[in-house]
Write a protein that binds this ligand. Structure first.
Ligand code: AGP
Length: 615
């Protein structure tokens, strides 16, 4: 969940240039503001800048006044989640005395609760972020006599959420305390200096050895190395990374391309998107979803508008919203919605789904809806994007920057976010019990692990792709939520392998497409939905009897499908409404390996752009 980038060094001859270089190298992660803190004995100096993608350049200018030759410091590029972009919200954040400086990538779910107690003790907050509460809590514990490590450890025991953080204190110079939960964090060592960063590129040319910090581990960095324990103080050993990468490979996390890196970020992207969605009273809370419960209860219809893969995520959402919230849902291609004189008024909840938040057709569709009086919600992956700014309410997917033109982690995060939104609608409309809602949410929280297990089966899908390397014509078939999954699988294949592929509702075969089936045609059947599996097996028999080669995506242990398909890709069993989150991953893998088998550049497919900002 690369929402922000962090970097730190202790023991350098001059920390500032190392921090600024590292922040530049994190810029491919996207950010809206940046900052550094230099910590010398008895003195913490800070500079911050909030000039969008120019933030690091402007930060460099504002560092002209920095103290020279300070060997320790921390730096941060921010991609806002809590608190709008702006200098006052930029990291590092400091305590009341300005001695403790802290940077953080992630989400502190219970920041509001922690802040109440700290304000009652007289702490003054200067930002609207969730992060700042950590600096004040650590300050409080330092006052009670703990050292920096002890104060950070005690604070993290109280925190719920995700973090990769680094903390320094002018009263303990040449020490950085760092810790991780979900957000990525690495430590680097060299002779005389020790580093930390969100990922390798930031310190690639500085450190000689690299180590991965795992969840709930806390590291104490000093110029001659580091020590690491779990949050209870038990010593642990960090896994060493074998880094012989150039910068571009490092920015791909050591993978061959951004598509593989981003596919492998999907478990963390889902964890981040699902974080902080329930408040203390069990109410489903969403980001800037500032629509009131009354407004939501007032809705008589939901219309989802989107393009491409985001449209497929919206189609999955239709099934979930109608099943859970019992409200009628229409799903429209944005470019069609705009021109069909849609039946939309002030009782319609129109939801625009977009990774970039800049797709012109989706923006214009939302404007059309707004002009007709609808309540407009944006589900976007880019904070402060055009759609986010124009909507009445925003629900952010927190997949982090997505570089690859073919969307992977953003689509999965959209499905997860939309299903949380469906539960919120069900809750407000009073058509689902708190128990059922909690059960559904718990099921969603378990999906990142299932996605990780599916990703681990990549070799099995790679061998299927290898067996199909001469195929030129693909049909993807599914029923119920398997239908949008089939459309997404076909799109992924088309856009990165340039092979012809169509997604179809399996029940439609007899109404025409069956005429196309002949030897050499590959049919990919999404067969993970138990309720409709018998019918899908019949469809498989129909296409096989006409010579098709069948690839079936089925749940672990499903022997019936195995006996009728030529190739089988297994996924962990899930509830049908959640199954797209694992089924889509297999189809990403299939498309990826078929494209790589054809020697194509999966990150930058021909004719396509990451964001379609022209009609
Ligand atoms: C998805 O793999 C494609 N790159 C494309 O269909 C994309 O989903 C579509 O252009 C919508 O983009 P958006 O989510 O940024 O609006």
């Amino acid at each position: 969940m690369s929402m922000c980038g962090i970097i730190g060094v202790v023991g350098a001859s001059d920390a500032l240039p190392i921090l600024l270089e590292g922040l530049e190298r994190l810029e491919y992660r996207g950010y809206d503001s940046a900052g550094v803190a230099l910590v010398a004995p008895g003195r913490t100096w800070r500079a911050r800048s909030a000039d969008g993608t120019e933030s690091v350049a402007h930060l460099e200018a504002s560092c002209a006044a920095a103290p020279a030759g300070v060997g320790s410091g921390i730096g941060h590029t921010r991609w806002a989640t809590h608190g709008a972009p702006g200098e006052h919200n930029a990291h590092p954040h400091v305590d009341c005395a300005g001695d403790i400086a802290l940077i953080h990538n992630g989400i502190i779910e219970n920041h509001a609760e922690l802040a109440v107690d700290l304000r009652s003790r007289g702490h003054i907050f200067t930002s609207a972020t969730d992060t700042e509460v950590l600096a004040h809590r650590i300050e409080e514990l330092r006052k009670e006599g703990s050292d920096l490590l002890g104060s950070v450890r005690a604070t993290l025991h109280e925190v719920r959420g995700a973090f990769a953080l680094a903390v320094m204190d002018a009263h303990e110079p040449d020490v950085i305390i760092a810790a991780r939960r979900i957000s990525p964090l690495i430590v680097g060592t060299s002779t005389g200096a020790t580093y930390l960063a969100s990922d390798v590129p930031a310190i690639l040319d500085r450190a000689e050895r690299f180590f991965v910090v795992d969840d709930d581990q806390i590291v104490r960095l000093t110029p001659d190395g580091f020590s690491v324990t779990d949050l209870d103080g038990n010593p642990v050993t960090l896994r060493e990374l074998d880094v012989d990468w150039d910068l571009e490979t490092a920015q791909k996390g050591g993978f061959d391309d951004f598509m593989t890196k981003e596919m492998n970020e999907q478990p963390d992207a889902l964890r981040a998107t699902l974080l902080d969605r329930v408040n203390a009273t069990g109410e489903i809370t969403l980001d800037e979803l500032s629509l009131t419960n009354e407004q939501i209860a007032h809705a008589t219809k939901v219309v989802l508008v989107a393009c491409g893969s985001s449209f497929h995520a919206a189609m999955v959402a239709k099934y979930a919203i109608e099943r859970w919230a019992r409200i009628s849902v229409e799903v429209d291609i944005a470019s069609e919605f705009r021109y069909r004189d849609p039946v939309v008024d002030n009782t319609t909840l129109v939801i625009g789904v977009s990774q970039s938040g800049e797709t012109i057709d989706t923006i214009q569709a939302l404007r059309e809806a707004k002009s007709r009086g609808a309540m407009v919600v944006a589900v976007a992956n880019v904070v402060d994007s055009s759609m986010a700014r124009e909507a009445d309410a925003v629900l952010y997917t927190r997949a982090g920057l997505e570089v690859c033109v073919a969307s992977t982690k953003a689509v999965l995060a959209q499905v997860a976010a939309l299903e949380v939104l469906a539960l919120r609608l069900a809750q407000v409309r009073g058509v689902m019990s708190t128990t059922d809602i909690a059960a559904r949410l718990a099921e969603l929280q378990g999906v990142p692990e299932l996605v990780a297990r599916t990703l681990d089966r990549d070799d099995a899908v790679a061998s299927i792709a290898s067996a199909l390397r001469d195929a030129r014509d693909f049909f993807f078939l599914g029923r119920h939520v398997g239908f949008p999954v089939a459309l997404e699988g076909a799109l992924k294949l088309k856009e990165i392998s340039y092979l012809h592929a169509e997604g179809y509702p399996a029940g439609e075969l007899k109404h025409g497409p069956l005429a196309l089936i002949e030897p050499g045609v590959v049919v990919v059947a999404i067969a993970t939905d138990d309720e409709l599996r018998e019918k899908l097996l019949a469809n498989i028999a129909e296409v096989k009897s006409r010579g098709a080669t069948v690839v079936a995506v089925c749940s672990d242990g499903d022997s019936a499908v195995e006996s009728v398909a030529d190739y089988v890709a297994h996924v962990p069993r899930t509830d049908p409404l959640v199954s797209p989150l694992v089924d889509i991953v297999v189809l990403q893998q299939l498309a990826y390996h078929l494209a790589r088998g054809r020697g194509l550049n999966v990150d930058r497919p021909r004719n396509l752009a990451k964001t379609v900002t022209v009609e």
